[in-house]
Design a protein around this ligand. Structure first.
Ligand SMILES: NC(=O)CC[C@H](N)C(=O)O
Length: 365
């Protein structure tokens, strides 16, 4: 088997073995602590531009199937594992992880000390790196490019170009406009199974067009990149807020809503990527275990208390995990109630969104 390497921006070199596609690829190196859910991680568009290191030591045990993808393809720049399972075993398995990485042209690396890499990223913060297979060594120019790499035009790179309508399961009770900043399929599934007809809208759709379509509520999806680069989208969100329609935002959708009320976002040192992040609902004095994938966070004290308030906080580091608007049927969360992967403790938030729509229709909001 060929050798493969990861060179970090600080000069640290890891030597391991090739996995998946052979090549050379630049990315922001991040780590994910989930024990399972690698197919969902690979297909989550929020990882666009990132090379993901899995901290769980054996990846690929149950293979890849055609149903669990969170989008049509893989978006990661590279994939790092301690050990990739060569012989998956599961009744739903349709191909091996190795075959999937090859098909999706994802350069992989296995056999390195992923704990050491994770410790470096925890101490120094997420760092750029180049992952390459023997025979595809980066030249000086590529190394320089890697050092100054920034994930740019992220939403533009992953969003749909055409509107897509997903029918409600059973009787149609609601019509939802879902802005696609890099949506995970399970947001669509969670809404459809609750009787929503979901229209997935390209992320750059104008507020006027969304409002003219007469949706019962607006959902803002997750997505990749630095939230602050989406200046145009934030302007459209300001108009959606002013309309008074019920809105529910997840992850990037949450960050963009915060920017739309003139709060600020900041880059975290190493982010939250995993499936066991404890989040406290301050209103209910109750803690939920949540699925997460983000590298930016809303800065709590930049939120104008006359407009909104922090309702959820992360118990590991105290960062903002959710915001509720004052007097408006709008709430947003930094974590992933749609999970995939992760624990389903917070899927009730989709019901809360639909309750807000009922209240809004009934004139209560
Ligand atoms: N999953 C997401 O929506 C991520 C949001 C944003 N790109 C971040 O990293 O913070």
């Amino acid at each position: 088997m060929k050798k493969a390497y990861l060179l970090l921006a600080d000069g640290t070199l890891f030597e391991g073995k090739a996995a998946g596609y052979e090549g050379c690829s630049i990315g922001e190196v991040v780590f994910n602590t989930g024990m399972a859910g690698y197919q969902e991680v690979l297909t989550d568009p929020s990882y666009y531009g990132q090379t993901v290191c899995m901290t769980y030591p054996l990846v690929g045990n149950y293979g890849i199937n055609f149903d669990d993808g969170e989008s049509k393809k893989s978006w990661v720049s590279g994939y790092i594992m301690r050990e990739m399972c060569e012989y998956p075993s599961n009744f739903r398995c349709q191909k091996s992880l190795d075959a999937y990485l090859k098909e999706q042209k994802v350069v992989g690396l296995q056999g390195i000390d992923t704990r050491r890499l994770t410790r470096i990223l925890r101490n120094s913060g997420v760092m750029n790196g180049v992952i390459y297979t023997e025979g595809h060594e980066p030249d000086e120019k590529t190394i320089e490019e890697m050092k100054s790499y920034v994930v740019k035009d992220a939403v533009k790179s992953v969003t749909l170009s055409e509107t897509e309508v997903h029918p409600a399961q059973g009787e149609r009770k609601y019509r939802i406009g879902l802005m696609d900043f890099g949506v995970k399929y399970n947001i669509v599934r969670e809404l459809c199974k609750r009787g929503c007809e979901v229209t997935v809208l390209p992320g750059f759709t104008k507020a006027e067009d969304i409002l003219a379509a007469g949706y019962d509520g607006i959902m803002l999806s997750n997505g990749p990149g630095d939230p602050a680069e989406n200046v145009g989208i934030v302007e459209e969100l300001k108009k959606l807020i002013a309309s008074g329609l019920p809105i529910f935002g997840i992850c990037l959708g949450h960050q963009l809503m915060a920017l739309a009320i003139n709060a600020k976002t900041e880059k975290m040192r190493f982010g939250h990527r995993g499936v066991n992040h404890p989040v406290k609902d301050l209103d209910e004095d109750r803690t939920y275990i949540t699925s997460q994938n983000h590298g930016y966070a809303v800065v709590g004290d930049t939120i104008d208390p006359a407009i909104a308030r922090v309702r959820f906080v992360n118990l590991n580091d105290g960062t903002v995990e959710g915001v509720e608007h004052i007097g408006k049927p709008i709430f947003t969360v930094q974590y992933h109630p749609e999970v995939c992967p992760g624990p389903q403790d917070t899927s009730y938030l989709f019901d809360r969104f639909l309750e807000n729509i009922d209240k809004h229709k009934g004139g209560q909001f």
